[in-house]
Design a protein around this ligand. Sequence first.
Ligand code: NAX
Length: 328
Amino acid sequence: TRTPVNVTVTGAAGQIGYALLFRIASGHLLGADVPVKLRLLEIPQGLKAAEGTAMELDDCAFPLLRGIDISDDPATAFDGTNVALLVGARPRTKGMERGDLLEANGGIFKPQGKAINDHAADDVKVLVVGNPANTNALIAQAAAPDVPAERFTAMTRLDHNRAVSQLAARTGAAVSDIKKLTIWGNHSATQYPDVFHAEIAGKNAAEVVNDEAWLADTFIPTVAKRGAAIIEARGASSAASAANAAIDHVHTWVTGTAEGDWTSMAIPSDGSYGVPEGLISSFPVTCAGGRYEIVQGLEINEFSRPRIDASVQELADEREAVRGLGLL
Ligand code: NAX
């Protein structure tokens, strides 16, 4: 039998945590034959609720779940971890400036990066979900110099899935017929969902849509502002869909992309497509053997170029801001 994989979830008592943990424990993260041990990290105020969730996890009697540890100490929670899902973050509250937000999150992601550096397993893979996700990932990565930089990723898979769904609704295609969609840049309102290389049942998606005004004025803003629309409708931010995307992100990273398709992940740039090296920016990637690679050689047209550049510029500005705060 296989040794269990250690999966750490931070912010475990939050609403994404609640939607995420049961799917990890039931085998959707790593596969139906991979036993898991859960490590839940919370702040002291969150420990009791995390214990409640752990009781419910026990009550599911998941055959793959080999244990649950709960801690408010990052060194404990990341000890021997193979997969780290960094969900807990400091949300923006009323009157908070962007600099305050980055600083507050630096106070979370810097020590967590350090704990991953010092305690995680050699093969650790990190996904940052907590916002501002790309820059939080950069802060954690900078605090973990002994971990290969490419193991730090941030989540744009929810944006990717939202874009696939919107495109399917517009064209009447099945979601499963849509391939090679790309989210570029930051997980923020500046993100750019790109359909110019996407395919719908083998045909070029931009040609099938054949309506640049719809792309510019409806599709892109609908995808980019979907989080706000969910809050407006549900009275709470995306939780199950965000958890689902986190599952998809890691599952694809570990098990690979399908032949003839790719996915979107925010990863440290190697300079591809004019994205400054080191920024954690979303790219089209293929995955195989537990590694990802940026899809190369795509032609970036005049519609896409300024949109990618604007989102990347925002990431560069965030990097400058956290540098200024001494977080890098
Ligand atoms: P909740 O407020 O429900 O839960 C957050 C949890 O994190 C709380 O239980 C809190 O006690 C805990 N926490 C705070 N600081 C911590 C620390 N230092 N260590 C461990 N735990 C800590 O938020 P939820 O709705 O679950 O969202 C979590 C994060 O995901 C937010 O930052 C949110 O903005 C972000 N999102 C990111 C998305 C993405 O696509 N990348 C989409 C969904 C979501 O908005």
